[in-house]
Design a protein around this ligand. Structure first.
Ligand code: ZN
Length: 275
């Protein structure tokens, strides 16, 4: 694989979420000539949506995604309605900041439930319901399949194949976010990336540490783990993806403890060598 294009380097602001506000992240990334950022809703709310939209525009930022919507399954109609209302707000926010997609973490089992089949039905129903609103707003919806270790409490869509089956059923306006952390292990990955074709709305990179000590908050910097990222990027590009390569690292024990300037510098160096 040829090295990734430098201008396609984006950083998900979660990578510096413990150190930087949205303003600090936008200015910190822009200072290193990084022009793609994925934004988190809690940070967006803290900044204010209108102020953020202006800040992002003034710094020439492409917003590669808004994180996140989803969390559909609930024990009752009131819970499902609350999720729907929140997803509509997320669509509005994504539209306001010009996000290229709204990333969906679909949700797992409702409290007390053991019914994975029903949870997956609720996800499909919830996506269908919110998709009408997203289409009208012109916001593409990106299902992010999550690693199966998160099926109970974060997302019961665990493979790219399952996510694409949902896309096939739902039609226009919906695609997938391919995050190497969640899908690198999948023996069907190459075929499913090819199947996804122009429905790949985002490509997220980091690394899988051995051993991993936390199910969510122990992602590695590219090069520190076992994922062959260039190979997966090759598949994604062969499928037609031309968007940003977004670095997304949740790292309680390491990168969130460091000077954010050092984190960004490391991202740039490792991107060139390991993405
Ligand atoms: Zn991701």
């Amino acid at each position: 694989m040829a090295a990734p294009e430098r201008e396609k380097l984006a950083i998900n602001q979660a990578t510096t979420m413990k150190q930087w506000s949205l303003r600090e992240a936008v200015e910190g990334y822009a200072a290193r000539d990084i022009r793609g950022i994925s934004v988190w809703r809690d940070k967006l709310a803290e900044c204010g949506v209108e102020v953020a939209a202006e800040l992002l525009r003034d710094n020439g930022m492409t917003v590669t995604g808004l994180c996140r919507g989803g969390m559909f399954p609930a024990n009752d109609d009131a819970g499902r309605q609350a999720a729907h209302d929140d997803n509509r707000r997320a669509v509005d926010e994504a539209a306001a900041i010009g996000a290229q997609c709204l990333v969906m973490v679909c949700g797992g089992l409702p409290d007390g439930s053991k019914d994975m089949i029903d949870a997956r039905i609720q996800v499909a129903d919830g996506l269908e319901r919110m998709l009408h609103y997203a289409r009208e707003a012109g916001v593409p919806v990106a299902i992010e399949p999550l690693h199966p270790m998160t099926a109970a409490d974060r997302a019961c869509v665990n493979t790219l194949e399952h996510a694409l089956d949902l896309c096939d059923a739902l039609g226009e306006g919906i695609g997938v976010a391919v995050d190497v952390y969640h899908v690198w292990w999948d023996p069907k990955l190459e075929d499913q990336i090819a199947r996804a074709a122009d429905r790949i709305l985002g490509f997220h990179v980091c690394d899988w540490l051995v051993p991993t000590v936390d199910l969510v908050w122990d992602r590695g910097m590219m090069g520190d783990g076992v994922i062959d990222i260039p190979r997966i990027r090759g598949w994604v590009e062969a499928a037609g993806y031309r968007g940003f390569n977004e670095i997304e690292i949740f790292s309680e024990r390491n990168w969130w403890q460091r000077d954010p300037e050092e984190v960004v510098e490391t991202c740039i160096d490792r991107y060139a060598e390991f993405v």
